[in-house]
Design a protein around this ligand. Structure first.
Ligand code: SF4
Ligand code: F3S
Length: 104
């Protein structure tokens, strides 16, 4: 499966949802997550994200975010259409420690 990492937080560009063939993105207040049981590992979303927030779970150190993706994709609504990103999205691109600072 692919995983949305904390780099998505407060960027939420949503380019990813437009390309996913199985519509497995789910929307929270300030980030999206992927449902790991629906993702077919096609990889097309990874290069679409301007924040480079999407990674395959074969990368190391993704345990916490994989758990977040699994948990919240079961609670948050499905999203399949891109909307306008937060006005200050670019200011949060590449920022460190976003999970601790902003995740809710
Ligand atoms: Fe969707 Fe493919 Fe990305 Fe999985 S890897 S979330 S199936 S676009
Ligand atoms: Fe987030 Fe990137 Fe999608 S910032 S909403 S994972 S395009």
């Amino acid at each position: 499966t692919y995983v949305v990492t904390e780099a998505c937080i407060r960027c939420k560009y949503m380019d990813c949802v437009e390309v996913c063939p199985v519509d497995c993105f789910y929307e929270g207040e300030n980030m999206l997550v992927i449902n790991p049981s629906e993702c077919i590992d096609c990889g097309v979303c990874e290069p679409e994200c301007p924040a480079e927030a999407i990674l395959p779970d074969t990368e190391t150190g993704l345990e916490k975010m994989l758990e977040i993706n699994a948990t919240y994709s079961a609670e948050w609504p499905n999203i399949t259409r891109k909307r306008e990103s937060p006005a200050d999205a670019d200011e949060h691109k590449g920022e460190d420690g976003k999970f601790e600072k902003y995740f809710s």
